[in-house]
Ligand binder design. Structure first.
Ligand code: HSE
Length: 315
């Protein structure tokens, strides 16, 4: 039996929603798991990149052994029903850029969990799959939209369960994803964050996050312009993304821009805007990065409203 699952990329945080907000994007990884016929052959993991040379380098950093996220996800699922995984062939066809803050790890975790769950006859429900995925990822912001699509706010409760709600993204707001040619690992991007933050910064973020949700639900662009601001993670990560301060400054005078934030833990940058002036926005970002010798790939994308789905199930 062979199961393939297609999982969207995600962007997390959207400024003030650190670790609790994410959005699915129409770039996909496909994770395929099949039972091998040879007993004792163990677990074999292969990665095939479909996103070009830049990522071939990044892919070399993906562990293919017991340390891989795929292996951990599959193992936790099997363990949850009192089994251990064996004799599986897993392949990952990646189009989501690696280590760029676009949820590539969440996509492989969700994809391998759904595929393995299907192989096992679906012992785990959505709640169990999301809890296992969150145990691996550490926060639910990428895994929830990877699983269910759309824009979602989420939390992990004390018992490990994930609570989430989806929001309707205003159709006349554009999401421009700017992917630079350098990687930034989530571990590094989290290591620069402080263990404690000043109370006024926490208050700043809770007000902005509340306003962000209201702005999205009511399509209030003036409120959105005030909402896409953060003091919990972005100020600390600025130094890891050369040129970002300048990009933010240079975009400020464009009226249609609602905000510019780090995508997830970086290195990509997200520009939220109205749908006019998109070429000017792209030129500003690419020229600013180019002035620092950074090349980039920029695309305006729609929110992907569909989450992970099984695309083939060969008996
Ligand atoms: N919320 C996470 C972070 C996303 O910003 O570190 C990356 O996994």
């Amino acid at each position: 039996m062979k199961i393939s699952v297609k999982v969207p990329a995600t962007t997390a945080n959207l400024g003030p929603g650190f670790d609790c907000m994410g959005m699915a994007l129409p770039i996909y990884n496909v994770i395929t798991i099949e039972e091998t016929v040879l007993p004792g052959s163990g677990i074999e993991i292969n990665v095939i990149s479909t996103s070009g040379e830049l990522d071939d380098v990044a892919l070399e950093h993906i562990p293919l052994d017991e340390n891989s996220l795929v292996y951990k996800a599959v193992e936790l699922l099997y363990n949850s029903i009192g089994q251990t995984p064996s004799e599986l062939k897993i392949s990952i066809k990646t189009s989501i850029p690696v280590a760029r803050g676009l949820g590539s790890s969440a996509s492989v975790v969700i994809g391998s969990l759904i595929a393995a769950n299907e192989l096992l006859g679906r012992p785990a429900d959505e709640a169990a799959l999301l809890s296992i995925a969150c145990e691996i990822e550490g926060h639910p912001d990428n895994i929830v939209p990877a699983y269910c699509g759309g824009v979602a706010i989420s939390s992990q409760e004390d018992d490990g369960s994930i609570v989430y709600r989806k929001l309707q993204w205003p159709s006349d707001w554009a999401v421009t994803v700017c992917v630079p040619d350098f990687e930034l690992s989530t571990d590094i991007a989290r290591s620069v964050l402080p263990k404690e933050v000043p109370m006024e910064d926490a208050v700043f973020n809770s007000s902005r996050f509340g306003m962000l949700i209201h702005a999205i639900c009511t399509k209030d662009k003036e409120l959105m312009k005030l909402s896409l601001k953060d003091k919990l993670h972005q100020p600390y990560r600025m130094k890891l993304i050369p040129g970002l301060n300048k990009i933010m400054d240079n975009l400020r005078h464009i009226d249609s821009v609602l905000g510019c934030v780090i995508s997830g833990a970086g290195s990509s940058v997200l520009v939220i805007s109205e749908k006019n002036d998109l070429d000017e926005i792209k030129n500003i970002v690419s020229d600013t990065w180019l002035s620092q010798n950074i090349k980039c790939d920029i695309k305006t994308l729609n929110v992907e409203n569909e989450g992970a789905k099984i695309i083939s199930n060969d008996e």
